[in-house]
Design a protein around this ligand. Sequence first.
Ligand SMILES: Nc1ncnc2c1ncn2[C@@H]1O[C@H](COP(=O)(O)OP(=O)(O)OP(=O)(O)O)[C@@H](O)[C@H]1O
Length: 306
Amino acid sequence: MAILEVDDLRKEYGGFTAVEGSSFEIERGEVFGVVGPNGAGKTTTLKMLAGLIEPTAGTAVVAGHTPGEPAMQRRLGFLPEESPLYEEMTAVDYLEFFADLYDVPTDAARERIHDSLDRLDLEHRDRRIGNMSKGMQRKVAIARALVNDPDVLIFDEPASGLDPLTTNYIIEFTRELSDEGKTVVFSAHNLFHVESICDRIVIMNDGRIVARGTLEEIRDAHGGTEYHVYATADGSEGVEDGHSPLEVTRENGQVRHVVGDMAAVDAIRETVEADGGRVTDIQTKTPSLEEIFLEVAREPTAEAEA
Ligand SMILES: Nc1ncnc2c1ncn2[C@@H]1O[C@H](COP(=O)(O)OP(=O)(O)OP(=O)(O)O)[C@@H](O)[C@H]1O
């Protein structure tokens, strides 16, 4: 059952439309990525889900509640893109203060806070937050999003601008939270991380969703997998109907046939062999999320146009 349902969500700032009719559902325990270039509407979408800003139109239901309702806030952990922290406090004092705001009993709060900080590998927890590095501060902000033991986590750019080691740590930790049954919605610029941990994604551009689904579904919808068949002879002549290569080029004395499915690979092999040639190599080419992203960000899909 979907734990988060978004229907035709829209946000206008004055006359400017930042998010235009977004609809999607997120299942319990999923890691759901919201991807898009600067200004696509990711933060606006996440803030509407977290109840921090009101939609102009449309609805969102998170864990059975409208965003902003106190009953939903208890089940939600939100990590803003830039989280102001109280610089004079130590990490532990700061997190205890937030746990208290959520009415978490003191002993449970202490245990949860130390558990989160252990798992995030945060050292020097008695140091003033203002004296911590950017990565340490981000870990404190993540621990803050967890003080109320929420079911749904909304993380806006959790690892943006951090060094690769800290980034990996945070991304791995995010995956672990989902393995424990928490639902995670997160936005990111680093598509490699989205690719490595998200179950499903939406790609946004100019306030609209331009692609959606699992990475495999998005690949299929945007070019899909291609096979490059290398052979000693050109097999495109006389190939069965419907199996003509998308492209034929010559490379280092070999003929490269680009085809879109395995049936076409077999058809090319047959014509090459019928001609006395042979297939020397077959390579599978799957576009990375980065390549798809660049394509859909340049050219809105039929979904967006519809
Ligand atoms: N309070 C606001 N008032 C007016 N326009 C806004 C406001 N907040 C955001 N916008 C505009 O709405 C659009 C979407 O912004 P948003 O922050 O949601 O994008 P984003 O995808 O999160 O971008 P980034 O990756 O740069 O954080 C942008 O053009 C932005 O300038």
